[in-house]
Design a protein around this ligand. Structure first.
Ligand SMILES: Cc1ncc(COP(=O)(O)O)c(C=O)c1O
Length: 297
């Protein structure tokens, strides 16, 4: 990648460009769709292009996606986060959500409520209720003042204890939402053992684990998804930014057993974008993975 390409990718893209600035494969697949005569939007109607894309995307999910299905939400990461939160509440019949300091999940009402940054929250009264923040591990700026492995161990214990302690004051939540590598929170990777423990505890308690891969996903960390470093399988995977090759697109990967949606319960006008016929982009982005993934470390 040229220097100017690097600068453009870092400055303008905000993690949207899987293959860099104006990659010829991306431009070509957009042109193919525009000149094909196909409708640019088909909402929920399947098309060969969407089938191709869905198959390709599913094959990148854990276990080659055999246990997952996809949901095309509205085109922003925040809308996909909203859908994930709503679905977790619907599946579990519970209402609480645990999120982490430093997490960023978007600017819509629920997504902002589970975001750490206080500044955009200042102007809003009545955030989504029952959001419990917990400290996210940080090797150097440990929220417990311990640092290193001791800090990670203590935070792991703290999380587990909060869920198990009948006197914690925090009702069992519907979901835990987190980024395996926090983006806006300072490019902060979660320790593998912490992630694994969170997966184990949430599984034991029937709490849905939502991994927000909007920024860290798509080969930005040396694996296709950042959570893969811990070898865990989330219940819901939130994807946006790079999944659309630079165009607005957001998708949830949902473990099939948790696909409790009824028709029309999370709709939106701009789903089903045919230009996501970035099938080609997706494939070219992955066919050479893990090399490409390694290249982006
Ligand atoms: C991890 C993460 N989740 C969600 C979002 C929200 O995505 P959008 O800005 O498309 O709503 C972002 C945006 O930067 C993000 O980094």
């Amino acid at each position: 990648m040229s220097r100017i390409n690097n600068i453009l990718t870092a400055w303008l893209a905000q993690g949207r460009w899987l293959l860099g600035h104006n990659h010829p494969d991306v431009l070509q697949s957009i042109q193919n769709v525009i000149t094909s005569g196909l409708p640019l939007h088909t909402l929920d109607l399947t098309t060969p292009l969407k089938d191709q894309f869905s198959e390709s995307l599913l094959s990148l999910l854990p276990g080659q996606g055999k246990e997952y299905c996809l949901q095309f939400t509205g085109p922003s990461g925040a809308d996909a986060v909203e859908a994930a939160l709503k679905l977790a509440k619907k599946v579990t019949g519970r209402s609480g959500v645990i999120s982490f300091s430093g997490g960023y999940h978007g600017m819509t009402h629920g997504a902002l409520a589970v975001t750490g940054n206080l500044s955009p929250k200042e102007a809003v009264n009545g955030m989504m209720p029952e959001v419990q923040f917990m400290p996210y591990p940080h090797l150097y700026r440990c929220p417990l003042g311990l640092g290193g492995e001791a800090g990670v161990k203590a935070l792991t214990y703290y999380f587990e204890n909060l869920i198990n302690d009948v006197e914690s004051g925090v009702r069992k939540p519907a979901a835990v939402i987190l980024e395996a590598v926090q983006g806006e929170g300072g490019v902060n990777p979660a320790p593998v053992e912490w992630l694994q423990r969170i997966r184990k505890v949430t599984q034991e308690h029937g709490i849905l684990l939502i991994l927000d891969e909007v920024q860290a996903g798509f080969a930005r960390t040396g694996k296709f998804f950042a959570f893969e470093h811990a070898g865990i399988e989330p219940d819901i995977i939130v994807m946006s930014k790079a999944v659309g090759g630079g165009l607005p697109l957001a998708v949830l990967g949902i473990k099939k057993q948790f696909d409790a949606w009824s028709p029309g319960h999370h709709t939106g006008t701009f789903r089903g974008n045919q230009m996501l016929a970035m099938a080609n982009v997706n494939r070219s982005g992955h066919s050479e993975s893990p090399d490409r993934a390694e290249h982006r470390r």
